[in-house]
Design a protein around this ligand. Sequence first.
Ligand SMILES: O=C(CO)[C@@H](O)[C@H](O)COP(=O)(O)O
Ligand SMILES: [Co+2]
Length: 216
Amino acid sequence: MKIAPSILSADFANLLQDVKEIEEDADLLHIDVMDGHFVPNITIGSVVVKALRQYTSLPFDVHLMIENPDLYIEDFVKAGADIITVHQEACVHLHRTIQRIKGHEVKAGVALNPATPLETLKYILEYVDLVLVMTVNPGFGGQKFIDSMLKKIKELDEMRKEMNLSFEIEVDGGINIKNIKQVVEAGADIIVAGSAIFESPDPSSTIKEFREAVGT
Ligand SMILES: O=C(CO)[C@@H](O)[C@H](O)COP(=O)(O)O
Ligand SMILES: [Co+2]
């Protein structure tokens, strides 16, 4: 299991300090990009990614919650993204968008909102490096995990086995020390957590506790 702290819940006035605090314990840094159109919130853009890139070697896991992601892929690649994930719901030509990301030699992911069925990914799964299952409606940190998403993670894991594919399953939203084990047992490989890590008194110990809770 990999842990990807989401900087959405970090202190933006002390962003680098917060990143440094989790750097040794985290596997990836999850960066939520929101445009105020696809989701009702505006966060950070490629300039912030580029600024952070100079100070950490953590792989950057960029979650684009934006319309027309094709317009910005190159900017995020140049800024230092290692994984770029787009939403199925935001892409009219998803296959083209995934190919565009992979053409830059970064990993390509596709994200699904909670209400979007897995079946919408049937013909794209063989081309992606990861599938991000949203377990809250995207837009904000600190929301409650939607319990029915456990079934969705399990079904995706089954599809992966049946299709003999090796994409990673990333799960994002409302994950904490109480539910992480269930999420991993359902089939998740990458756990994103924002508020549970950055709003805890000791973010680095919280990551260690997450690993202990899962037994890895
Ligand atoms: O993409 C998003 C929200 O849209 C997430 O990455 C959040 O940042 C997760 O925050 P928590 O639910 O863990 O507080
Ligand atoms: Co996210």
